[in-house]
Design a protein around this ligand. Structure first.
Ligand SMILES: C[S@@+](CC[C@H](N)C(=O)[O-])C[C@H]1O[C@@H](n2cnc3c(N)ncnc32)[C@H](O)[C@@H]1O
Length: 198
């Protein structure tokens, strides 16, 4: 069994559907083996979508770092029809699923890309992410440094991280990197962190 962050998962495809149930709307999403949390919507992702901030009507560009099959990106696109949602992932199978899920829901404001294909000058208002902790600390830090740098001056990032996978050490590291970090929620096994420019 490979890792969910492989670019081209070798594991045989086995398509299935999962339900994402939220108070403001539920959707069915197609998933597959070889992508993160294929059997059910991850508890951290659900917490982020339940407890994350309300949409800001003026937002133009939103970014989901590590979109997987698209539960965050599709929800952001539905809640922010005026905005473009950039959904990025290194896993090609995940990108295909995210694209298919967006199309099946008629969400034409999602752009699904490999990270290297995002326009170099794109700045974003919000980042929402259940980041890939399992890639290891060094790679995770690189990913976060790369994409937090794309936040507009008044922008913010909203990250969900499992407590036992280092949420508090990530919080401290972000502060040492000069970001302002606020713990928005701590529920069950997860922490939800808001990150802004100081
Ligand atoms: C914890 S999963 C979250 C997936 C999805 N957002 C969800 O909530 O179900 C993290 C995702 O990050 C992706 N990922 C790993 N390394 C990445 C990188 N360097 N850039 C972008 N995405 C990456 C993984 O392939 C995986 O899909």
């Amino acid at each position: 069994m490979g890792q969910y962050f492989e670019s081209d998962p070798a594991v045989k495809s086995q398509i299935q559907a999962v339900e994402l149930v939220l108070p403001d709307g539920s959707i069915e999403l197609t998933t597959d083996r070889g992508v993160f949390s294929a059997d059910r919507v991850d508890g951290g992702t659900k917490l982020l979508l339940l407890d994350g901030p309300e949409p800001t009507p003026g937002d133009q560009h939103l970014l989901d770092v590590g979109c997987g099959y698209g539960p965050i990106a599709c929800t952001l696109a539905r809640r922010n029809p005026q905005a473009t949602v950039w959904a990025i992932d290194v896993n090609g199978r995940a990108r295909d699923l995210c694209q298919a899920n967006a199309e099946a829901r008629g969400l034409d404001n999602i752009r699904v890309h490999a990270p290297e294909d995002v326009p170099a000058d794109l700045m974003v208002d919000r980042i929402w992410s259940n980041p890939p902790i399992r890639v290891g600390k060094a790679v995770l830090h690189e990913i976060l440094q790369q994409w937090l740098a794309r936040l507009s001056p008044a922008g913010s990032a909203h990250l969900v991280v499992q407590k036992h996978l280092g949420a508090d050490s990530l919080h401290r590291w972000l502060e040492t990197e000069g970001w302002a970090v606020d713990r928005r929620a701590s529920r069950k096994a997860f922490r939800l962190l808001d990150v802004t420019r100081p």
